[in-house]
Ligand binder design. Structure first.
Ligand SMILES: Cc1cc2nc3c(=O)[nH]c(=O)nc-3n(C[C@H](O)[C@H](O)[C@H](O)COP(=O)(O)OP(=O)(O)OC[C@H]3O[C@@H](n4cnc5c(N)ncnc54)[C@H](O)[C@@H]3O)c2cc1C
Length: 550
């Protein structure tokens, strides 16, 4: 980075400005497939630091057209969202004060790790129910800016349902608050003769004048993080206009978030789990139809490859359960070991979780479900105690285990998060696994939120192999074609980032892409925030930045 510009940043802010090779290497990665080396990493101490940094960038972009800023909280994104070749703004060092909770709302900074946030909410008997599977390693900044979802989203919906207010530094270098506004509040915002007034005027015009186009483009799936969420910004019937809906999931392309207010729900006391073992996918549609009306809190699945992996790395899995847990897990896993030995592992395992505040009510529900499933002659089990833990452990930890354990091979998330109508799973999933099967250098596991039709297919590859590198864009093209032709979403939770932004046009069409670009121009006319994400995707750039090694 230019020395004068770097000096200007150093003089301008209180926090650290670091450009050592170790730091740049550390921030060139997230949990995605990519490596993009930044020029500098800035650790702002406070809101004023973020404001000053944005102003410095804004003033210097004329002389340095590639200058930009990208926010980062815990860096566990799987899409390359927090990667950028200019300035990274790291929030987890200083924006990590203990959240405050009033009533059922928590106020949090972006750098607060979810595990710490949850400690505070659970102490009050409350929960943020849209936590992702990465709950032990990710932070609130990424959860909000990715519109994350997880195992409870089937019942509770995603992050966008819980964000009540967002405080953010926008491209004029000032901090603003976004929240739901009624017509009067919106009118007075639109009268303001400043940048904020201009944003409200332009955004209101954009959503009002394009309401049919926007409504028609609303993803017809149960979960979506693709594109800008324009379809929930303005509710014509109630008159509520809410820019938090646009912000959540915008991957930091509209500005830097410095805090958020987040709604919580009471924790349910009791739980019951039904596990179903399927020899093939033929009855899946029918099974889903029978289960969903019972209103499970989560309805998850994983395939035989995931189970095989769990068995192969059994000691690592069992370690997570502690000493007595290990012994119990040993007993609990024994039947699966035997099934693997005789080559009869189930093709797909479904786990259906119910929670509630009356254990009797739950038991009745489970009994009714079991009766409902009887005519299908399925192999089922009601999981209790350590068995429940076992199934959750495989479902939650499989990806992390894949990331860390297979020698010379690494997880390559690039078709990791698509969503389809659950009724189409049995047709679409085999089509996709057939594509992968044509590439023997790709080992893969399938796991996902089956109740929402949201699947995580994570191949494990030797990334140095030229055949693998060549195949990645080809497989991605084929898979996203199938998904979009089936009316699906290219991402339910993990968001667009470097990998999927180029495919937004397939999912939404040219006119919606133009609207997305207008939104970006309204908020960020100079294009200083997180380039190549959400708009102006660049597949060539992405493919040129696939990691060489781990
Ligand atoms: C093992 C594993 C499992 C996962 N499971 C799930 C899952 O179940 N569901 C799910 O949704 N995701 C999942 N993910 C992906 C990821 O962990 C989540 O999306 C998580 O919420 C990201 O949080 P983070 O703090 O690490 O975000 P980061 O990686 O730091 O950032 C994510 C995005 O938000 C932007 N951002 C971060 N902070 C700010 C800020 N202050 N202002 C503006 N923009 C900002 C970044 O630029 C980036 O685009 C998983 C990842 C892993 C490694």
């Amino acid at each position: 980075m230019d020395k004068n510009l770097l000096d200007q940043i150093r003089r301008g802010i209180e926090g650290e400005v670091i450009e050592t090779p170790e730091t740049l290497t550390e921030y060139s990665h997230d949990a995605s497939l990519f490596e993009v080396v930044p020029e500098v990493v800035v650790f702002p101490k406070n809101q004023e630091d973020v404001e000053k940094l944005v102003r410095i960038v804004k003033e210097n972009i004329i002389n340095f057209p590639n200058l930009s800023i990208t926010g980062r909280s815990a860096g566990t994104d799987m899409s390359g969202g927090p990667l950028n070749d200019s300035i990274i703004v790291e929030f987890s060092k200083y924006f990590n004060h203990t959240p405050t909770i009033e009533g059922q709302t928590a106020t949090t900074e972006p750098g607060v790790f979810y595990r710490d946030f949850e400690k505070e909410t659970l102490a009050k008997g409350l929960l943020f129910p849209s936590y992702p599977a990465s709950k032990s390693i990710c932070a609130m900044g990424g959860i909000v800016n990715n519109n994350s979802g997880g195992e409870k989203s089937l019942k509770y919906g995603k992050t966008q349902n819980y964000v009540e207010k967002v405080k953010a530094v926008l491209s004029d270098g000032k901090t603003y608050e976004m929240k739901p506004l009624d017509q009067d509040a919106l009118d007075s915002k639109m009268k303001q003769q400043d940048f904020e007034g201009e944003i409200y005027r332009k955004m209101f015009t954009l959503v009002r004048e394009n309401k049919t186009l926007i409504e028609n483009a609303r993803p017809k799936v149960l979960k979506n993080s693709a594109g800008y969420n324009l379809w929930d910004v303005w509710n014509e019937k109630t008159g509520i206009f809410d820019l938090t809906k646009l912000w959540v999931g915008a991957q930091g392309t509209l500005g830097m978030m410095v805090s958020a207010e987040i709604g919580l729900v009471p924790v349910n006391k009791y739980r019951e789990m039904v596990v179903i073992f399927l020899p093939d996918l033929t009855k899946l549609g029918e099974i889903i139809n029978k289960i969903l009306p019972f209103g499970p809190e989560s309805f998850e699945s994983y395939d035989d490859n995931t189970l095989k992996l769990a068995l192969r790395f059994f000691p690592e899995f069992a370690k997570k359960l502690g000493v007595s847990g290990m012994i119990q897990a040993g007993i609990a896993f024994l039947p699966a070991f035997l099934m693997m030995f005789v080559g009869r592992l189930p093709k797909l395992i479904l786990q259906v979780d119910f929670t509630g505040n009356s254990s009797e009510e739950l038991k009745v529900k489970v009994d009714q479900l079991m009766k409902e499933l009887e005519p299908l002659h399925l192999k089922t089990q009601i999981a209790i105690g350590d068995q429940e833990e076992k199934y959750w452990l495989i479902r939650r930890e499989s990806f992390n285990l894949l990331r860390n354990k297979i020698r010379d091979k690494h997880t390559a998330p690039f078709i990791d998060d698509f969503v389809i109508d659950p009724q189409k799973i049995q047709i679409v999933i085999p089509q996709i696994t057939d594509i992968l099967a044509k590439h023997p250098e790709f080992i893969f596991t399938v796991a996902g939120h089956v109740g929402e039709g949201n699947f995580h297919i994570i191949p494990i590859v030797d990334i140095k192999n030229p055949a693998v590198r060549e195949a990645i864009p080809k497989i991605a093209d084929e898979v996203y074609k199938i998904i979009t032709e089936n009316g699906g979403s290219i991402t339910g939770e993990h968001n667009d980032g470097l990998i999927r932004t180029p495919y937004l046009i397939q999912m939404f069409g040219v006119e919606m892409i133009k609207l997305f670009e207008e939104v970006k121009d309204i908020f960020d006319p100079q294009g200083i925030f997180n380039p190549r994400k959400k708009v102006h995707g660049d597949l060539k750039f992405a493919m040129e930045h696939i990691r060489e090694k781990w």
